[in-house]
Design a protein around this ligand. Structure first.
Ligand code: TYD
Ligand code: MG
Length: 450
């Protein structure tokens, strides 16, 4: 078999050259060339055969629990044999810590930790400091792909961690470790191995602050599951979100706290995203949201203050920026709330990122409360999408949201009419009064009467 050859291909026009030589002569674009493998061998493969889809036997996927319920939740119920997971996040956010803790829960000789970043001693020190039972974990401090794959094969591990994919390099390519070509090639080979051997493989990837393109993002389509660390590294809370998952629900969120003994799970995260105010404050409204499959209460804060420059500022943290401009327009047109000469800032407490439109009503009411400098009275939670015509649209899974609101001891909820439980127009659930609204101006008026 011929030795694998590599060449440099232009990402824009596809022209290849044997050596890297600056801008592509065909397209003329600079910086578009990257290294790719061109020839792996000269044997001609036999044609592939197709099978009737319903004749394929399937088995119930057996899940390998990681010993951390919040990580299992983000994974959709634990790891699956042959699953390849990418865990991305900023440097220092806790990726190595989390996966070392997860491996420690596996029975002896089922787990391998491949460390390319830290020496064996550093990993061992960390394990001691975390007081982990790591008797069963095999450690491999190595960065060359061609040495790692046979080692994983020999270890017959059920689960393996690669820390990190950016430190690995393959002999077949000349580019430096961490380059797009190396990251892609190493991940592809490891994935092939994981599928053949039935090993669950966790790849750690650093996300660079600048858009994350050269890093693990190029792997998102290769792997089965993509988990990202969310939240700010200066707070002690760490959120892990499943951005993609072939074995479970996307958007699922696992919540942890970083302590001096590593990452600890947070079982009841709703309390985390509600700040503790001694007495009610203006500009705060509690949103009942759904993250993945879990209902969650998150405090939305708004600050509306007179602008001191001709261009009033609109800024959102953890919420969609464009949505904010849209909501301000709807508030003006359909509820008579004027914010032209006001700076408007909105924020989701706790560093959680909220993308669903059902946050609209909470954002709007927080803005109204801040503008009027009047706290929202009582323990109130809301949800609902707002349309351009000023209507409040129903949100999916209203019942579950309301249950969480009732569970956390709230006494009122303002919700879209279609989300009110069928039983009664002014329904009660465990002491919770559910108030239906159809339009944004109704909701704004309700605030005054609470
Ligand atoms: P680490 O897992 O090394 O981050 P990553 O692999 O994502 O780069 O975590 C490093 C940070 O976590 C470091 O700043 C110290 C902190 N940390 C703790 O607070 N407690 C602990 O028990 C450990 C192990 C780390
Ligand atoms: Mg690390």
């Amino acid at each position: 078999m011929a030795r694998a050859k590599s060449a440099y291909a232009c990402a824009e026009c596809g022209a290849t050259a044997l050596q890297w030589s600056g801008p592509c002569p065909s397209g003329g674009a600079a910086g578009t060339r990257s290294e790719t493998l061109t020839e792996r061998g000269l044997t001609r493969p036999a044609p592939a055969g197709s099978v009737a889809l319903d004749a394929i036997p399937t088995r119930e996927q057996e899940r390998l629990p990681t010993g951390m319920a919040e990580l299992d939740r983000a994974l959709g119920g634990g790891l699956v044999a042959g699953q390849v997971v990418l865990l991305g996040g900023d440097p220092g956010i806790g990726k190595s810590t989390l996966l070392l803790q997860a491996l420690a829960s596996f029975p002896p000789n089922q787990a391998v930790y491949v460390s390319g970043e830290e020496s064996a001693e550093q990993v061992a020190l960390r394990a001691r400091r975390l007081a982990l039972q790591t008797k069963g974990v095999r450690l491999l401090a190595e960065t060359q792909l061609e040495r790692i794959v046979p080692a994983l094969d020999a270890a017959k591990a059920r689960v393996a961690v690669i820390d990190s994919i950016q430190t690995l390099w393959s002999d077949a390519l000349q580019s430096a470790p961490g380059s797009v070509a190396q990251v892609r090639e190493c991940a592809a080979q490891l994935t092939r191995h994981a599928k053949q051997a039935g090993t669950a493989l966790l790849l750690i990837g650093h996300v660079t602050k600048e858009g994350a393109i050269a890093g693990p993002r190029v792997l998102e389509h290769i792997v089965d599951t993509v988990l990202y660390f969310e939240g700010e590294s200066h707070s002690s809370f760490r959120l892990i979100r499943a951005v993609k998952n072939r074995f479970g629900a996307a958007n699922e969120l696992g919540v942890f706290a970083m302590t001096d003994k590593g990452l600890k799970e947070v079982g009841n995260p709703s309390r985390l995203f509600l700040s503790q105010h001694g007495k009610p404050v203006a500009g705060s409204c509690v949103l009942a949201t759904i993250e993945g499959t879990r209902p969650l209460l998150v405090e939305i804060q708004a600050l509306v203050d007179s602008a001191h420059s001709p261009n009033a500022r609109r800024l959102s943290v953890g919420l969609e920026q464009n949505r904010l401009a849209l909501l301000l327009a709807v508030l003006h047109r359909h509820a008579g709330i004027v914010t032209w000469e006001q700076d408007v800032f909105v924020n989701a407490v706790g560093g959680v990122r909220i993308n669903e439109p059902a946050a609209d009503l909470a954002i709007s009411l927080a803005i109204v409360s801040s503008l009027a400098d009047r706290p929202i009275a009582g323990k109130l939670a809301v949800f609902g999408e707002i349309g351009l015509a000023g209507e409040v649209r129903p949100a999916p899974r209203g019942q579950e949201r309301l249950k969480e609101v009732a569970k956390l001891g709230f006494d009122k909820a303002i919700v879209p009419r279609a989300n009110v439980p069928k039983a009664a127009p002014k329904a009660r659930m465990d002491g919770l009064e559910v108030i239906a609204v159809e339009r944004i101006d109704e909701a704004v008026r309700l605030l005054k009467d609470l």
